[in-house]
Each structure stands twice: as C-alpha cells, then as structure tokens.
Design a protein around this ligand. Sequence first.
Ligand code: ADP
Ligand code: ZN
Ligand code: ZN
Length: 731
Amino acid sequence: MKLGSGIMYASVIIEYGAKAVDREFTYIIPIRMRGNIKVGHRVIVPFNNRDIEGFVLHISDRYSGEYKLNEIKKICDSEPILNEEMLFLGEKIQRSILCSKISIYQAMLPKALKASYGTNIGIKKKRYISLNVSYEEANKFLNECKYYKQVSIIENLITNDKIPVDVLSSSINTLLKKGIIKEEFYEIDRYQSHTIGKYKVVKLNESQQKVVDSVMLDKHDTYLLYGVTGSGKTEVYMELIDKVLRKGKTAIMLVPEISLTPQIVSRFVTRFGTQVAILHSGLSDYERYDEYRKIVNGKVKIVVGARSAIFAPLKNIGIIVIDEEHTATYKQDTNPRYHARDVALMRGEYHMAPVILGSATPTLESFARAKKGVYKLLTLTERAGGGKLPKVMIVDMKDEVKKGNFILSRLLISKIQEKLNKHEQVILLLNRRGYSSILTCRDCGNVIKCPNCDITLTYHKTSNSNRCHYCNYSMKNVKECPVCGSNNIKDYGLGTEKLEEELNKIFEARVVRMDMDTTSKRGMHEKIIEDFGNYKYDILLGTQMIAKGLDFPLVTLVGVINADSSLNLPDFRSAEVTFQLLSQVSGRAGRSEAEGEVVIQTYNPNNYSIVFAKEHDYLKFYHEEMEIRKTLNYPPYFYITLVNISSRDYELGFSEANKIGGYLRKNLSSTTNVLGPTIANVFKINNVYHYQCIIKYKYDEKLNSVLSKLDEIYKINTKVDISIDINPIRV
Ligand code: ADP
Ligand code: ZN
Ligand code: ZN
C-alpha cells in the first residue's frame, strides 16, 4: 500500500462491452486537476489504447493494487454530472434490481451527458443583429443609402430592436463591416412548442379538498389516490403541486407516455406557465438536453414527463405524483429494468416528500398495500364535472358470428348511427394494428410466420406487406403459399386497418385511425387528437393508445371491438389488464353533461373482469382477483422473479436453462418455489431462443446473492445470455 505519498486516486466507472458490465478502474489524478475534480465528474481516461468517458465514483489518497496506473486525461464538464442524490440512487437501484450501476447512470442522463464516446451536443446559440449606431445616425444612413435591401434591414431594426438571422446575407455583411449594425449570440431553447393560454380556475369540490388536506407535505409517505375516471384527480395533483411550489419546493408529475397529449400538457402549462418542463419521447436529443439544463439550473419547478422523468435532477423535491399508476410502461422492459414507482419512493424518502399514486384501477399490489396501511388510501368516488359513469352494454359475439357479423355487432352499428345522427362523437378500441393477423393456406394449412421469430405475420394493407410486430421484418404480401404453391390464401383476425375499411363501408362518417402506423411521424399523435377534439372527425378508432387521458366532451359512445385480446394473453395479470383497459376506455365516454354509453364486444361475456368492468365495480373485481392470486401463489401474495435464458443455439440454450433451473433449486431457500425452465411465451425472437425460470417467494434472503452470482457467471458467456427481471410486469 502506498500511503502518504501525496498521490490522489480516482475510481472511475466506465461502460464496457455490449453487456454494459460495470467496471470500476483506478486512475491517478494529475496534480493540475487536484481540487477541481469531484465525485460525479465525467472524465476521459485511457482504456485499452483508446480514450473513453466515465464517471468518477470515489476519490482517495490510497491505492492497494499492484497495477501500474494511468492518469486521468481530462475533466469533461465544469460541474459534476452526477450529483449526490444520483449517486445514492444508483447504489440503491443497483441493489434492488441487480442491474449494472453504469446502466442506471446512463438511464438518468440525456444523451448529451452520458458517458460515451463521441457524443457532442452543445448549447445552441442564435445569432441576432441590432443597430450599432444611434437612431439619428441610422436615419442619416437611410437617407444616403441607395441599396434597397440594406435600407429595409435598417428600417426593420429601427422598429424591432433586434432580429434573428440564420444566414448572413451580403447586405448584412456589408452593414456589419461598416459598423452600422452588430451581431450578438443568445442561448436559446430549442423546445418551445407549448403556447400559454389562460388558466380556468376550478374550485375543488368537498371530496377533492379533503384529499388535498389529507396529504402531509413535509414528510415522506406514500398515498394511493383511488378515484374513478373523471373524479378530478388531475385537479387534485395540480392543487397539491401549487402548495408545494408556494413552499419554495419542486415537483415531479409522471404520466404514461400516451397521456402526454396536448390536453394534459396544456392544463399544466396554462396553470403553471414557464415553471413547467415537459419531457416526452418526441423531443430531439437537443431539446431534451435543453430541458435537462433548465431543470439542473433551477429554471423550472415542475417536471411533467413519462417514465424516465422520474430521474429529473430537480433539487428540493416537495412532491412526486404518478398518475395512472397501474400503467405497465412505468416499468422499463429493457436493462435497467427499473420501475418508476420504486424510484419515486426512493426519491420521496431522500427528499422527505410525499409520493402520490393515482388511478381509477390501481394495481392489486398497490391496493393491497393501501388496505394494509403501508400506503395511505385516499378516495374520490364521484365524477367532478357532474357527469355520470357511462352505461355499459355487453355483446356476446358468439351470437353475432352465427348471423355473419364478424367485425361489428348489430347493437354497435345502430349505436354508432344514432350518435352520428345527433352529431356526437365515437371512439372505438381495437388492440391490434394492421389489417389481419393470420395468413394461412387453405390447401396445406401452412401458417405464414416470420422467418426470424415464432410469430405470425400481420398483413398491412396500406403498404401491401406482411410484417412481424416483434422484429419489424417485412415482406411483400404473398399471393402464393411458400410451402405448396397454392394461391388459396385466406386471412383471419381483425386489425385496425380492416376495421377502418369496414367503418367507411357502413357509415357516411369522417373516420380517423390512431395506431403506431399512423403516428410514427413526429407530431401526428398530437395532430389527430387535436383534430378530433375540434370535431374534424366523427369516429376515432385505434389501439390502446386511445384509452387513456383523453377528455372529449362530444364523445358519447365508446366501443370495444374485441375485449378478449388481452384476456387471452398467457399471463397471470391478463384479467387485471383487461379490467383496467375496459374501465379506462369506458371512462372516455360521457365526460360532460351528455350521458355516455359503452358497447363491449366479447366471446367471454361472463368473464368476471368484463362483468365487473360493466358494473364499474373495482372493489368486487379486486376481491375476486385476490382470491385467485392467493390460490395460485401469485403477487401480491408472493413475489416473482423471472430469469430469462436466451441463445442463438437452440440446444445450448436448452441445456444451460436446465442447469440454471437446477442451480436455483439447489441454492435458494427451501420455501422458495422454482418453476421451469419452460420455453418463453414467444419462444423465438429475431433468431434468438428464449427459455425462462420463474421464482416465487415470500421472502428469500439468499435470492440476491444467488442471482448476482448467476449474473456474474453469464456476463462472460458469449453464447448464452441471461436477464433477471425482479417483479416482472408480464410472466
Ligand atoms: P381525472 O384526472 O380523475 O380523470 P380530471 O381532473 O381530468 O379527472 O377532471 C375531469 C373533468 O372534471 C375535467 O374536465 C375537469 O376540468 C373537471 N373538474 C375537475 N374538478 C372539478 C371541480 N371541482 N369542479 C368542476 N369541474 C371539475
Ligand atoms: Zn399451402
Ligand atoms: Zn420477427
């Protein structure tokens, strides 16, 4: 050990290799950097003969290793990128989900600040020109100048002070050279989409006020706000945030990506103005970086955003709200597999701030916690605007099919016509994009599948192609069976394109479709919603994209075309997801005075998730579903961890999966239940085979160490990958 030698060392974490393995290496801090370098700084270090970026995690005056150390080459930014809280979160999340620490730090940062090679997103400045002489002199110049263009520039500057210019014209250059005008550069925000309107003050009703008053603002607690759709939860959030701001603190408001529509954004922006930053996936890297800098510099007090906004580097957080807390996208489904709710609780504790989880259909886990008193339960049972919950009708599609109606039932057709006649609007949900989902040969029975995946191809009529929704493989639509050559190909299954076609056949109506295919272009999603809101369309049809957060007063009918699509998923949460989806879309109808109606088409009219959704009875659904979970040892009675084993080599994957199953059974506690390996729901994706082991446990103190060890072993295996998903969303 070298001690007291006066040398200072930094331990630097770098991103290493495709598996994002955590590697911390020690480097010498050169004398010139002493005093400048801090924990959290991004630095450039030599590694394997090249220069790469990393973060300083520790600084020390001792080093006990044997290696000859290199020096840090450069400090990248004037201030540390990772602050104390982020470093703390990194440690804590790493322990709770067993991912690499570097992957979490990268997830926290906008692209421009990640430790990687060659990213270079600077601050954008804009050039402005203004007069460099007095008005008198400018006027004198105008009288003498005979060049029309120069005159108009000077006239413009006399009235406008300064004007932005992108390209220097020869006239501007001349004026600059003569010293009559000057140029200056100002830093600008690249993201300026939201316009600020006037905030319409809503006076909270008694139950809303009671909820607001129950939240203790200077202490960390988790609250579950269970309130029916339209009960005024958003107004409650805004009121709480207002109170927090008046205490000089800041707020994070998480919404599902899909709710980041102009609707919710404009409610926040009109109320809080420029104090709000909006983070959504439609921002470019530049815009995201600008928003991030505004947050770091304390220029904004509220961050509204989807999942990753939970990492927004606000200081002095006074409240964190997660709206629609049951939404699956709050959990990231790639590494690092963090759940925004868990991170919210960590940050709430760190800042001693309340966390509010809101939903009309809370997850069973959250509601069970609220009933046990782990979360504090707040409820809103009535719609705030006075509107009633809609009347829900269920159609048994088995009867319809006998009559030859495969797509739209007689009831739904007549209801749509009725609303069209009254100049009201209709929303239709069909959770499947494309035209048809299965193509089969009627002669040999061959089903056309993706060559890379274990998935049937979906026919897209608009592009006349067959596409895989897993790997994006696309081929021109086949007219002949690739196996037997017959041209007797039949397509089954209903997608949004076919539904759109059918609607246009039956009705004289303005129909708009919203799914991943029609919203891939930037801004399209917002445009469709805006146009529908302005009554440019009568019928909006789409995938679950349309289910959430939209508030259109003219919508009086919601139709669910195939309620079974989520029910038939091989997943223990399928009933819960179905109930949530049906309740959520039903909530879109009748948001104002006009009463709303909902028609649900299903082949399982007696399924409890459908029946209770019809009755708007979350509590009955909760009790029934809890019984089932108890019987089957599923969450919230047991925890689940999923180990996914994948390989391009079918045989090798299978044998390693078996080894892993055995290893888990041998090393975990005897009360823990290890199931599998089995093949995963989708066995082959992109030519990679997937196997899985399911671990069920109430408490297992060995779990973390056993899984970490497994993870270590497979990190260096190039043929077999494992991924560990603690509390997975889908099993
Ligand atoms: P949720 O978030 O629970 O779905 P919102 O906050 O969006 O509910 O409220 C639903 C509708 O009721 C909105 O149009 C909102 O403006 C209106 N609203 C909410 N609170 C009140 C209130 N206290 N008085 C009148 N209207 C209200
Ligand atoms: Zn065939
Ligand atoms: Zn595929």
